[in-house]
Ligand binder design. Structure first.
Ligand code: Z15
Length: 826
C-alpha cells in the first residue's frame, strides 16, 4: 500500500513540524513522550485521509453495518499496530532512525489503553482488526473509561492496585465528536397519556436525571486496504452545566446530582472478569453506552433511509455477552415511543437486528439484576421487558401446556430478578458460543430448554486472534522467517497459508532457525524480567508460561502446587535428572477477589523460596511478571516454550491466549477444554500435552457427586506433602495461617462450595505426568523444534479473520467494501 505521507522526507518533516507546533521544541529538545505524540499525530494525518475515504465509500455503497456492542475493548497500544496495518512500519522506523529516534522506545511511551479485563475485551479488539482488514463496515461501541484496568504492583508478594490514568498525556489517535452527542435518561416515572389525534397511548418519562453522552472516535485501520473503521467510545458530561445557574433554586440539588452522575458513570472499568457483582453503577454504565450507541445508529440510518422497517437490512447489533443486552429493550423503546411503531412491527425489527454471544457458563458470571433496582433506574425499559416476558411466557405455555416448570426455568423475570441471558436469547435471532465444546455445553446443558424450543438460533463461532498484532508486531523475527519460508507475505491476511510451513517439519536447518528465533525471543523476555523483576532467568531453560486473569477455574493453583511438588522432588533426590525450568506467571486478580489474591501471594512466596535456594543450582525458577497486559503479552507469547491452558474442563469457554501461544510456536499443555480441543485437533495429539478429566466427567461429578479430594490427599503422599506445606510455614516464614484458606478450599466443603470444586487434586497426578512428558520431549531438541514449528504451521484456523468471516456468513450478512483511493504512485 502506497502512502506519500510515509515517504521518509515528508514524514520527518511532519514529525519536526508537530514537535514544533505542539511543544515549541526541536526534535532534540523533545522528551520521549513528546516524540511519541508528535509521531502519532504524523501517523494520524495519514490515517485520517483513509478514514475519510472509507466513510465516503460507505456513503456510496450503503453497506450493512455491524455495531459490536461491548463493555470492554482491550485494544493495547495503537501506534505500532497502526503502522503495521498501514504497511509503513519499516519506512517509519528507518525515517526515525535517521533522526536518531528509536521507534521501539517511542512505542513504549504509549500507555496501553486497557479498557477491558481479559479475553472478552481482547477478543473485541481482535474482531475490530479483522473487520477492517476484511473490508466490512463496523463500529465498536463502548465506554471511554477515565480509568481502565488498574495497574498491578507486587509489594511484598501481594497485589496492589493503582489507578491507570491512561489519558493523562492525551490520546493522540482519538477524535472528540461533540456534534454527535446523545442524551441518556435515568430514573423518574412513566406517565401514560392517551393521544386522541393518533389513537395511541404515549409513555412519557418524567422527573428523570440525564447525562449527555459524547462520542470519541478511534480509527481502526485495516491491513493494507485503506479501510478505516471506527471504535466509538462514549464519555459522559452533565447536561445541566448552564442550568446550574438558570434553573430555579428548587432544582439546584438535582443539577448537582446530574453533574455527579456524569462524572461517576464513566469513571472506571469494573475489574471483574467472569463475575457479576450486581452494582447499580455498572447497570448505569451499560444503559449509558447502549442507549447512546443505538440512538446514534438509528439516527445515522434515518439520515439516508426513510423506512424504519428496513432497519435490519442495514444495521446489526452484536451483543458481546449479556452486558449490553438492555439494547434489545432500548431499541424497542425507540421504535415504539419515538418512531411510533406498534409492538409487532417493533418486535419484528428488533429480533432481526440483535444477536447475542455467550462467553461463559460460570454461574457467578450470569447477570441477574434485582427487579427493584432495575425498574427504578430504567422504568420504561423495564415496562418493555415485562411485556416481552409476558408474551414469551404465553409462547412457552403454548408449546409446553401444563408444564409450569418450564415457565419457571425460562422466564425472563423470575424470583425478583431480570435474567439478562434469557432476554438476549428471546429477543435476538442468534445465540452463539465461542468454541465448539462450549456451544455444545450451552445446547445440551446450560441453555438446554432454549435450545429445545428454538434450535435454529444456536450456532458456534470458535474464537480467533489477529496475527497482525500477535505475530507481526509481537514477534517480528518469526514473522520475517515465515515470510521467507513461505515466499509470500500473504499469510498476513490469510493465515491458512501457514500450513505451508509443515514441509519444514523435518528440515534440520529450518528447525534450527526456528529455535534460534525462539531463543532470541527468550533473551528479550529474560531482559524484560531482569529489568522489571530483578530476577535472572536462563534462556536455555524451558520457559513454561501461564498468563491470563487469575481465576480459580483457570487453576494457577494447580500450576504452583506442581512447582512445589517439583521442588520437593529436587530436594529429596538431588541427583535426579532435571531439565532446568522457568515457570512464568502473569495475572491480575479482581480487586475484591480474596482467594485469587492469596494465590498471587502464594506464587510469589514460592518464587522467593525456590529462587533463593542455592542448593538446587538454579534448576527451578519462578517469576511473577507484574502488570500483565497487552504490551508485555506480545513479548511473553513470542518467548514461550510451553503454553499452560489448564482450566477445569468445561469451565473455559474458549480461551484465546492458547491461540497466541500456538501461533508463536509453543505447544499446549492443557485440558480438553474450550478451544484447546480444536487446537489439538489441528496440530495433532503428538504435538500437545493433554491431561485431566474430560468436561463430561467434570459435569458428572458436579451433577451426581462422588468426588472426595480427601481420599486423594490421604492416599498420595506427594500430594499430601504439598497440600500440608500450605499450612506448615514452608512458604510463609513459619506462619501457619497465611494459606489456611487455600488449604481448606482443597479439602473441606465450605458454605455453598464443595471441597476442591475445581478438581485440582483430582487432576494433579495426570498433570504431573504430562509435565514429565514435556520435560522428556524437550530434551530431544529436534523433536521439540518439530512440535513447536508444527504448532505455528497448524494455527491457521485460529485467526480472527476466519472467525469474523463466519460471523459475516452466518449471522451478520455484511457487504464487503473496497475503499477507493487515488494512489498517485505505483
Ligand atoms: C471474559 O473474559 C470471558 C467470558 C466472560 O463471560 C466474561 Cl464476563 C469475561 C472470556 C472467557 O472466559 C474465555 O474463555 C473466552 O475465550 C473469552 O471470554 C472470549 O470469548
Amino acid at each position: 500500500m502506497y502512502n506519500p505521507r510515509f515517504e521518509k522526507k515528508a514524514f520527518k518533516k511532519e514529525v519536526e513540524h508537530n514537535v514544533k507546533t505542539l511543544y515549541r521544541k526541536t526534535v532534540d529538545e523533545a522528551t520521549p513522550q513528546q516524540l511519541f505524540q508528535a509521531v502519532s499525530f504524523a501517523v494520524k494525518e495519514a490515517i485520517i485521509d483513509d478514514w475519510i475515504a472509507t466513510q465516503n465509500q460507505f456513503k456510496k455503497d450503503d453497506p450493512k453495518t455491524v455495531y459490536y456492542m461491548s463493555m470492554e475493548f482491550l485494544m493495547g497500544r495503537a501506534l505500532g499496530n497502526n503502522l503495521i496495518n498501514m504497511t509503513a512500519y519499516r519506512e517509519v522506523k528507518e525515517a526515525l532512525d535517521e533522526m536518531g529516534i528509536d521507534l521501539n522506545a517511542i512505542e513504549d511511551q504509549e500507555p496501553d489503553p486497557a479498557l477491558g479485563n481479559g479475553g472478552l475485551g481482547r477478543l473485541a479488539a481482535c474482531f475490530l482488526d479483522s473487520l477492517a482488514t476484511l473490508g466490512y463496515a463496523a463500529y465498536g461501541c463502548g465506554i471511554r473509561y477515565r480509568y481502565g484496568m488498574f495497574k498491578q504492583k507486587i509489594e511484598n508478594g501481594y497485589q496492589v492496585e493503582t489507578p491507570d490514568n491512561w489519558l493523562k498525556d492525551g490520546n493522540p489517535f482519538e477524535l472528540r465528536r461533540e456534534e454527535y452527542a446523545k442524551e441518556v435518561r435515568f430514573g423518574g416515572n412513566i406517565r401514560v397519556e392517551y393521544d386522541d389525534a393518533t389513537n395511541r397511548t404515549k409513555f412519557v418519562q418524567e422527573n428523570y436525571e440525564s447525562v449527555l453522552a459524547i462520542p470519541y472516535d478511534m480509527p481502526i485501520v485495516g491491513y493494507g486496504n485503506h479501510h478505516v473503521n471506527t471504535l466509538r467510545i462514549w464519555d459522559a458530561q452533565a447536561i445541566t452545566d448552564f442550568q446550574l445557574e438558570s434553573f430555579d433554586r428548587g432544582d439546584y440539588h438535582k443539577a448537582v446530582e446530574q453533574e455527579n452522575l456524569a462524572k461517576t458513570i464513566v469513571e472506571v472499568l469494573y475489574p471483574n472478569d467472569n463475575h457479576y457483582a450486581g452494582k447499580e453503577l455498572r447497570l448505569k454504565q451499560q444503559y449509558f453506552f447502549v442507549s447512546a450507541s443505538i440512538q446514534a445508529a438509528v439516527a445515522k440510518y434515518k439520515r439516508t433511509h426513510d423506512d424504519i422497517h428496513k432497519l435490519p437490512e442495514k444495521v446489526l447489533f452484536q451483543m458481546n455477552d449479556t452486558h449490553p443486552t438492555v439494547a434489545v429493550a432500548e431499541l424497542m423503546r425507540i421504535l415504539l415511543d419515538e418512531e411510533g411503531l406498534g409492538w409487532n412491527e417493533a418486535w419484528d425489527i428488533t429480533t432481526k437486528c440483535c444477536a447475542y454471544t455467550n462467553h461463559t457458563i460460570m454461574a457467578e458470571a450470569l447477570e441477574k439484576w434485582p427487579i427493584d433496582l432495575f425498574s427504578k433506574l430504567l422504568p420504561r425499559v423495564y415496562q418493555i421487558i415485562q411485556e416481552i416476558d409476558r408474551r414469551f411466557i404465553i409462547q412457552v405455555r403454548e408449546m409446553y401446556p401444563g408444564n409450569e416448570e418450564k415457565v419457571k426455568k425460562m422466564a425472563i423475570l423470575y424470583n425478583g430478578q431480570v435474567r439478562m441471558a434469557h432476554l438476549a436469547i428471546v429477543a435476538g435471532f442468534s445465540v452463539n458460543g465461542v468454541a465448539r465444546l462450549h456451544t455444545e455445553i450451552l445446547k445440551h446443558q446450560e441453555l438446554k430448554d432454549f435450545y429445545e424450543m428454538m434450535p435454529e438460533k444456536f450456532n458456534n463461532k470458535t474464537n480467533g486472534i489477529t496475527q497482525r498484532r500477535f505475530l507481526m508486531h509481537g514477534n517480528p523475527l518469526l514473522a520475517d522467517w515465515v515470510t521467507e519460508k513461505l515466499g509470500t507475505k500473504d499469510w498476513i491476511t490469510d493465515l491458512s497459508l501457514m500450513s505451508g510451513l509443515k514441509e519444514y517439519a523435518d528440515d534440520s536447518k529450518a528447525l534450527a532457525e526456528f529455535m534460534d528465533i525462539k531463543y532470541k525471543n527468550k533473551e528479550r523476555l529474560a531482559d524484560y524480567i531482569l529489568k522489571h523483576n530483578g530476577i535472572e532467568v536462563d534462556p536455555r531453560s524451558i520457559f513454561d508460561v501461564q498468563v491470563k486473569r487469575l481465576h480459580e477455574y483457570k487453576r494457577q493453583l494447580l500450576n504452583i502446587l506442581h512447582v512445589m511438588y517439583l521442588y520437593n522432588q529436587i530436594k529429596e533426590h538431588p541427583e535426579m535428572s532435571f531439565y532446568p525450568r522457568t515457570f512464568i506467571f502473569g495475572a491480575k486478580a479482581s480487586a475484591g477477589y480474596i482467594r485469587a489474591k492469596e494465590i498471587i501471594k502464594l506464587i510469589n512466596s514460592v518464587a522467593d523460596v525456590v529462587n533463593n535456594d542455592r542448593s538446587i543450582n538454579g534448576k527451578l525458577k519462578v517469576v511473577f511478571i507484574e502488570d500483565y497486559r497487552v504490551s508485555n503479552a506480545e513479548i511473553i507469547f513470542a518467548a514461550a516454550d510451553v503454553s499452560e491452558q489448564i482450566s477445569t474442563a468445561s469451565k473455559e469457554a474458549s480461551g484465546t491466549g492458547n491461540m497466541k501461544f500456538m501461533l508463536n510456536g509453543a505447544p499446549t499443555l492443557g485440558t480438553m477444554d474450550g478451544a484447546n480441543v480444536e487446537i489439538v485437533e489441528e496440530v495433532g495429539a503428538d504435538n500437545a500435552f493433554i491431561f485431566g478429566l474430560s468436561s463430561e466427567e467434570v459435569i458428572n461429578y458436579e451433577n451426581y457427586g462422588g468426588y472426595h479430594p480427601q481420599d486423594i490427599y490421604h492416599n498420595d503422599p506427594d500430594i499430601k506433602k504439598v497440600v500440608d506445606q500450605l499450612v506448615d510455614g514452608t512458604y510463609s516464614h513459619g506462619d501457619t495461617e497465611m494459606y489456611r484458606d487455600l488449604y481448606n478450599s482443597l479439602l473441606m466443603n465450605q458454605g455453598g462450595s464443595k471441597a476442591d470444586m475445581y478438581f485440582i487434586l483430582k487432576d494433579f497426578r495426570s498433570y504431573a505426568e504430562a509435565q514429565k512428558k514435556v520435560e522428556e520431549a524437550y530434551k530431544d531438541k529436534e523433536g521439540w523444534a518439530r512440535k513447536a514449528l508444527l504448532n505455528t504451521a497448524c494455527c491457521g484456523k485460529f485467526t480472527s479473520d476466519r472467525t469474523i468471516q463466519e460471523y459475516v456468513d452466518d449471522i451478520w450478512h455484511l457487504d464487503k467494501i473496497q475503499v477507493e483511493v487515488d494512489e498517485t504512485e505505483e
